[in-house]
Design a protein around this ligand. Structure first.
Ligand SMILES: [Zn+2]
Length: 188
């Protein structure tokens, strides 16, 4: 068998994965604790269709053409993807094509109730993540708006907590990001 052999190691976090996905979209699947999934099928096209169902997204063919032909479009949905290689599965020695996917969720869910300090850290983390995503996006206006919202919430919270230096730092960061957006991305 030519090409890479599927090794069950998550390419995003390097964990060796053995838990399956329960939704049964394709006969072979894995789920990594980091949130990544691996989908396997004898037909690579079915892997893409299962991923689209799994994430409940609807890429339009007018915009993306044949979305089975390339996976570059998944970036617009914040989905990172890697070829997983192939495995031979019993009983019929069928060759299964694997692909890994990791969706960078827009607003990460907090683990539970947060103190103001934890909330401030969480908001700052979301803000910086949206700012990073802006560079990968075909519609950076969306990410910019989310980043701005998260920064504004963080700034308001920092003032409320009496953390003037932190609020000032965040305001400076937000002005920088506004400037970057205006200079490089506006018009999208
Ligand atoms: Zn992982």
């Amino acid at each position: 068998m030519a090409g890479k052999v599927f090794d069950r190691v998550c390419p995003f976090c390097r964990l060796s994965v053995d838990a399956g996905l329960s939704n049964g979209l394709v006969p072979w699947s894995l789920r990594c604790p980091c949130g990544a999934i691996a989908l396997g099928s004898p037909r690579p096209k079915d892997v893409i269709d299962a991923m689209i169902k799994h994430y409940d997204i609807s890429p339009s063919s007018e915009e993306y053409g044949d979305f089975h032909a390339s996976t570059a479009w998944t970036r617009d949905f914040h989905i990172d993807t890697r070829d997983g290689g192939r495995s031979v599965e019993m009983p019929d020695s069928v060759i299964v094509h694997w692909r890994w996917f990791l969706r960078k969720l827009p607003w990460e869910k907090p683990a539970g109730p947060m103190t103001d300090r934890e909330n401030l850290e969480w908001l700052t983390k979301q803000a910086e993540k949206f700012y990073d995503l802006m560079y990968d996006s075909r519609r950076p206006g969306n990410e910019y708006r989310e980043a701005k919202e998260a920064f504004e919430d963080a700034i308001a919270l920092a003032w409320k907590m009496g953390l003037g230096d932190e609020a000032a730092r965040l305001e400076k960061r937000l002005s920088h990001i506004k400037a970057v957006y205006t200079k490089q991305f506006s018009g999208f």
